[in-house]
Design a protein around this ligand. Structure first.
Ligand SMILES: [Zn+2]
Length: 247
């Protein structure tokens, strides 16, 4: 039997049979894959810890007719801090849903996996604003999925240093105060938000979260990100709406 050894993060878990599970895992090699994990719900089973939501593990797999079967697994990072915190967990469920819906099966997804690993690290090990981390993640993900907005200059005249820039949803990018079409779907941006957008799109992956933003800037990013996602992915992701009950 041919085995493969993949590292990946559990995006979804579904209970089957008496004590089994089918999990969806994000891998660098094949994007999303489905894995059957026999007896993974038995407490003392060696597969039980590595098959939990958000767990990053190394899996030894062999291919069945329809899905992979798990022969063994070794946890690299359990991310238990997130599973034990309802607010962090809600933000992460939103993040996992975005990935699960938009990453294909069988297509390599190394950069998305790297982005998810970085994001989960920041959420589990630091106290950074979850709203900040989530919006940065979303915009960077959109770029990796092929929907990078034009943020280095005005899309019409290429001006880069206008004090008053707008985000133009109809044209997926920035416009300056001279080129702006006031009747279009436009959102005024503070200079700090413009800077942040450029940073998020251009910085190398390791430094993605190495900056900070004011509440006002985060609010603007959040508005743009939500509208941009709905525009291009055609769906409203509203898991985070439940959070108002915890505030
Ligand atoms: Zn312009």
């Amino acid at each position: 039997m041919a085995y493969v050894n993949y590292k990946g993060i559990v995006l979804k878990e579904v209970n089957t049979g008496e004590a089994d599970k089918i999990i969806t895992v994000l891998t660098a090699e094949e994007g999303k894959i489905s894995i059957a994990a026999k007896n993974a719900r038995r407490a003392k089973n060696s597969l039980s810890s590595g098959t939990q939501l958000l767990c990053y593990s190394s899996y030894m797999l062999f291919k069945g007719k329809e899905l992979y079967n798990m022969s063994s697994c070794e946890v690299i990072e359990s991310n238990y801090e997130i599973r034990n915190d309802i607010v962090k967990l809600t933000y992460c469920s939103h993040i996992l849903e975005l990935i699960s819906d938009n990453v294909q099966e069988g297509e390599p997804a190394e950069s998305v996996l790297q982005l998810l690993l970085n994001t989960l690290y920041v959420i589990s090990k630091t106290n950074r604003s979850l709203e900040f981390v989530t919006r940065v993640f979303e915009l960077r993900l959109m770029s990796l999925l092929g929907y990078e907005p034009h943020v280095i200059s005005c899309i019409h005249c290429n001006k880069t240093d206008d004090e008053k820039m707008f985000f133009d949803l109809d044209n997926s990018g920035l416009v300056c105060s001279e080129c702006v079409n006031k009747r279009g779907r436009i959102y005024p941006l503070l200079p700090g938000t413009v800077k942040a957008l450029k940073y998020i799109m251009l910085i190398n992956p390791q430094k993605l979260y190495s900056f900070s933003l004011s509440e006002e800037n985060i609010k603007e990013l959040s508005t743009i990100s939500k509208k941009y996602i709905k525009e291009h992915l055609g769906k409203e992701y509203n898991k985070l709406d439940y959070l108002k009950y915890y505030k």
